[in-house]
Design a protein around this ligand. Structure first.
Ligand SMILES: [Zn+2]
Length: 235
């Protein structure tokens, strides 16, 4: 499968090389006889057909089966399809209308666009095929690799858990060393007046507002306290 990709990309040479030969010869004003030109252009034509159709099929297959870059491969496949359709459609239109290709591509801009597409399409396909070949060559992770990865993850998780546990015990120690206003769990909340115990601080303060023993104690201590203090306690 990987070789198919490289082969198709290599076939792009067969497309471009003959055209380059003709172009360079024309630039040097060297005459090429009609038979040689026909041969070179035939090679280029067959090359284009092989690269475009084979490349499209290869890209579609790679986009569906490769381990990675599937989105990019799918996008490349769409591009190749579009380019292929753009190359072939004018020829079909010409045949249907009983005209030549150059008549269908009558407008200079249209002709220029078609020429650019014709010279780029196979290069685009070749690049896509190289990407596909690389993507297909990428091996899926072996069971041993996956097991190693899982062990590493387990070690990491264990380490994190131990660190969290250490931090938690440090925090607990800090919390215990703090002087606390509220009594520790288990220690009963007792009314300072009558000695009755309560489950919560709120319940005790509620009771102390009305506790006669507590009021008596407060009024006994009143001379020593600030004037506002008894009012705060709820009288
Ligand atoms: Zn009380």
């Amino acid at each position: 499968m990987k070789q198919t990709g490289y082969l198709l990309a290599g076939a792009a040479f067969a497309v471009q090389a003959p055209r380059l030969v003709l172009t360079v010869l024309a630039a040097d004003r060297l005459p090429v006889d009609a038979d040689t030109e026909r041969l070179l252009l035939t090679v280029a034509g067959i090359g284009t057909a092989v690269v475009m159709t084979g490349g499209g099929v290869f890209l579609a297959h790679a986009a569906l089966t490769a381990q990675r870059w599937r989105l990019a491969l799918g996008f490349a496949w769409l591009l190749v399809l579009t380019a292929s359709a753009g190359l072939v459609a004018p020829a079909i239109v010409a045949r249907l209308a009983g005209q030549d290709l150059h008549q269908v591509l009558g407008h200079p801009r249209l002709a220029k666009a078609w020429a650019i597409l014709a010279s780029l399409a196979h290069e685009l396909t070749a690049a896509g095929c190289m990407l596909g070949a690389a993507a297909v060559a990428a091996k899926p992770p072996s069971p041993e690799d996956e097991e190693l990865l899982l062990w590493n993850q387990l070690d990491g998780a264990r380490e994190r858990a131990e660190r969290a546990e250490r931090e938690l015990s440090e925090l607990r120690a800090q919390l215990l060393s703090l002087p606390s206003k509220t009594p520790a769990a288990g220690e009963p909340l007792v009314c300072a007046g009558c000695g009755r115990s309560f489950p919560t601080v709120q319940a005790r303060s509620g009771h102390q507002r009305t506790c006669p023993a507590r009021s008596a104690e407060l009024s006994k201590a009143e001379p020593e306290l600030e004037p506002a203090a008894p009012a705060q306690e709820g009288g």
